[in-house]
Ligand binder design. Structure first.
Ligand SMILES: [Zn+2]
Length: 294
C-alpha cells in the first residue's frame, strides 16, 4: 500500500509539466521589472528580483546571494538607462553567461531636468503605461528566444497583459483629466515621475535629481519652498523608497500638505498597497486625485 502511494506521488511529480526544476530561471534587477516578467513568463519561469520590495535600486549594495542567483539564471533582465550602476560588475563577478536584456530598449529616454543640470537619462521609464508595454514586448521576445518551446505561451500571456496595460493607460488618463489643470502639480523627494508627468499631464518637482544618490543642499530646499508658495503647489508626496524627513520639513515650512505616499521605484509586498505594477499605478493616481481635487 505505502509503495503504491509513493509510486503515485513520484508519477504525479514526473507528469507535472511545470515542476519547479523545469522552469526557466530568470533574474530581474528590481521588483517592478520582476512583475512584468512574471506576467509574461507565467508558470514557465522562476523569477527572482535582486532589489526587493520597498528598496532603493539606485544605491543598492549587492550581496553574495545575488551573484549566486545570477550564476544560475538563464536570462537576466535589467532596466538600463543608468538605473543599476552596480549590475555590470556584479554580473562579471558572478561568472554568469546568461544574456543580459535591457528592458527599456526602443524607449525614447527622457533627459532629466534636475536642479544641477546634469542632463542624465531619466531611468524611470516604467512610470508611463505606454512605456510598460515596450518593456513587456522586450521581455516576451527575450523569453521566447531563451525558451522557444514556450513561445506560444509567452505571446498569449503578453497579449493578455498588454490589453490590461492599455486599459490602465486609458483609466489613468481619465482620472488625471478630472483634476483641475491648475492643480496638477506636486512635489516628490526624487525625480522619479518625469515619464508619468509627460504621459498624463502632471507637473512633478523634486529637490533630488533622478537618482537618490544626489545630495540636496539648503539652497535647493529654499528654492523648492519659494516655488511651492509662488506656484501654489497644493501637496507634497512621500515615496516608499526615500527618507521622509526632507519632504516633511518642506511641507511644514511651505504650508503644502502631505498628500500621502507614492510608489516610485519599488513595489510593496503582498500586504502593501502596491504588490503589482498595475496596483502601483492605480494607487499613485488615486493618491494624486485625492490630494489635488480637494
Ligand atoms: Zn528612482
Amino acid at each position: 500500500m505505502l509503495r503504491g502511494i509513493a509510486f503515485v506521488i513520484l508519477f504525479a511529480a514526473l507528469a507535472t509539466p511545470s515542476f519547479a526544476q523545469d522552469k526557466l530561471k530568470v533574474v530581474a534587477t528590481f521588483s517592478i521589472l520582476a512583475d512584468f516578467v512574471r506576467n509574461v513568463g507565467g508558470d514557465r519561469v522562476d523569477i527572482e528580483a535582486l532589489v526587493g520590495t520597498n528598496s532603493d535600486a539606485h544605491v543598492y549594495q549587492p550581496s553574495p546571494s545575488d551573484a549566486k542567483k545570477l550564476a544560475d539564471a538563464k536570462v537576466v533582465f535589467v532596466n538600463g538607462l543608468g538605473f543599476e550602476g552596480w549590475i555590470n560588475r556584479l554580473i562579471k563577478a558572478s561568472g554568469s553567461k546568461a544574456p543580459m536584456i535591457v528592458a527599456t530598449k526602443d524607449i525614447k529616454p527622457r533627459k532629466s531636468e534636475d536642479t544641477h543640470g546634469h542632463g542624465d537619462a531619466d531611468p524611470h521609464a516604467w512610470q508611463s503605461a505606454a512605456n510598460a508595454k515596450i518593456y513587456v514586448a522586450n521581455i516576451r521576445d527575450a523569453l521566447a528566444a531563451a525558451d522557444p518551446a514556450g513561445k506560444g505561451t509567452y505571446e498569449a500571456n503578453a497579449a493578455a497583459y498588454l490589453a490590461k496595460l492599455d486599459a490602465l493607460d486609458a483609466e489613468v488618463k481619465a482620472a488625471v483629466e478630472k483634476i483641475p489643470a491648475d492643480r496638477r502639480k506636486i512635489i516628490t523627494t526624487h525625480d522619479a515621475f518625469g515619464y508619468f508627468g509627460a504621459a498624463y499631464g502632471v507637473a512633478f518637482i523634486a529637490p533630488q535629481g533622478v537618482s537618490t544618490e544626489s545630495e540636496v543642499s539648503a539652497k535647493d530646499v529654499a528654492k523648492i519652498i519659494t516655488q511651492i508658495k509662488k506656484q501654489k503647489i497644493p501637496a507634497v508626496f512621500l515615496e516608499n523608497i526615500t527618507d521622509d524627513r526632507l519632504l516633511k520639513r518642506i511641507g511644514a515650512e511651505s504650508g503644502a500638505r502631505i498628500g500621502g505616499t507614492l510608489y516610485s521605484d519599488a513595489l510593496t509586498d503582498e500586504k502593501g498597497a502596491a504588490p503589482t505594477y498595475i496596483d502601483m499605478m492605480w494607487h499613485n493616481v488615486k493618491q494624486l486625485a485625492e490630494a489635488l481635487m480637494s
